[in-house]
Design a protein. Structure first.
Length: 369
């Protein structure tokens, strides 16, 4: 079902690390090559399997919520707003810093100086987190909403020294144990924020669906079912991908998103300055673009350079397009996402960012606080 999305994007910002070449990352990661005992995967072999050629992987830069707070502040400035103007606040992450009682959302709201009556809404979501946030906005009376999203795989999956934690390399207890290495090889660090303002434009639309099926990413450990006091809980505290199911759902879910937007506006691709697709991995993105005949120049990609940034990839694409002048004030964009729920969603909205000059390079030279 497609609904009206009465919002325009009036602010955006993203922060990522300087990309680490996959050869350098592979040397630190030392992922065992299971078909050749005694060997580790090279960068070229990881690229052949996963498609990525570099990663945003910086456990020092992303040691705290600082990048998320910084991205939020930059997004507000690009919108010409202050914290006092925000009436709705949503965070979306699959890798929280403090995983209980929405501590991350409370902390970000406090550091930004949001008004005390603004309720923090924390979404524990995967790659479709921004679609879920937009769907919540579509059913609300929010006037000015700030959505902040962030993930730091280098912290949750790393060994603290730029490599990969042992449970991702040697683990036969986790349901996807032999393939766990693929998660740190694919997923990357990032933080971003977007500002949505009601009635900032017209003609917006949104579709969202929570689809049946088992979760596409498994992290059973560290829970009430598998507490950390048990070996199963400790070894299960890792993000494992159901690779075959992800491949199938990405293609089918993205096609259904595309068909839903087409049904509401057969010219949505033609009318969009850009169509931002979830950057799952280069092979899946290229397959979808070819499957639906999407003009490649309409669908930029950053997954080869940075890896899968989870919820940060599409704000980053918009941030860089605004800086480059590829997207200008008044342009329409489409965003199509699928996630581990499994869930999917897409929205179509005008971009009305008034202060593009407030945007700076998404790759900071200094470590965030």
């Amino acid at each position: 079902m497609v609904r009206t999305f009465p919002y325009g994007v009036t602010g955006v910002a993203a922060i990522v690390a300087e990309p680490t070449p996959i050869d350098d990352w592979a040397r630190r990661a030392r992922i065992p090559y299971r078909n050749h005992p005694g060997r580790v995967l090279t960068g070229a072999e990881i690229t052949r399997i996963m498609g990525v050629e570099g990663k945003s992987w910086d456990p020092l830069l992303f040691a705290t919520l600082g990048p998320a707070v910084d991205a939020a502040g930059q997004a507000l400035r690009s919108a010409g707003l202050t914290a006092d103007d925000i009436d709705t606040f949503i965070t979306a992450t699959s890798i929280p810093y403090e995983p209980v009682m929405d501590a991350d959302a409370m902390r970000i709201a406090s550091e930004l100086g949001l008004r005390p009556e603004v309720v923090p809404i924390g979404l524990a979501s995967g790659c479709a987190g921004l679609a879920r946030a937009a769907a919540l906005l579509a059913g609300s009376d929010a006037r000015r909403a700030l959505v902040v999203t962030y993930n730091a795989p280098s912290r949750a999956m790393g060994d603290g020294a730029g490599g990969v934690a042992d449970r991702y390399l040697h683990n036969m207890i986790h349901p996807t144990g032999s393939q766990l290495w693929a998660s740190p090889a694919l997923f990357s660090d990032g933080a971003a924020a977007m500002v949505f303002e009601r009635d900032a434009g017209s003609g917006g639309m949104i579709t969202y669906s929570r689809d049946p099926g088992d979760p596409l990413v498994l992290h059973p450990g560290g829970s009430s079912a598998q507490p950390l006091s048990t070996l199963e809980g400790r070894m299960g505290a890792a993000y494992g991908m159901s690779s075959a199911a992800i491949k199938q759902y990405y293609r089918s879910g993205m096609i259904r998103n595309h068909q839903a937007l087409l049904s509401a506006d057969p010219r949505y691709v033609e009318r969009s300055a850009r169509v931002y697709l979830h950057q799952a991995n280069p092979l899946l993105v290229d397959d979808f673009v070819a499957a639906v005949g999407l003009p490649p120049e309409k669908a930029p990609s950053n997954v080869r350079t940075y890896g899968n940034l989870i919820t940060v990839s599409t704000p980053l694409l918009l941030h860089e397009d605004l800086m480059a002048g590829t997207v200008r004030r008044g342009d329409l964009i489409a965003v199509s996402l699928v996630g581990a729920g499994p869930e999917r969603g897409a929205y179509y909205a005008p971009v009305l960012v008034p202060n593009v000059e407030e945007l700076r390079s998404p790759r900071p030279a200094l470590v965030a606080r």
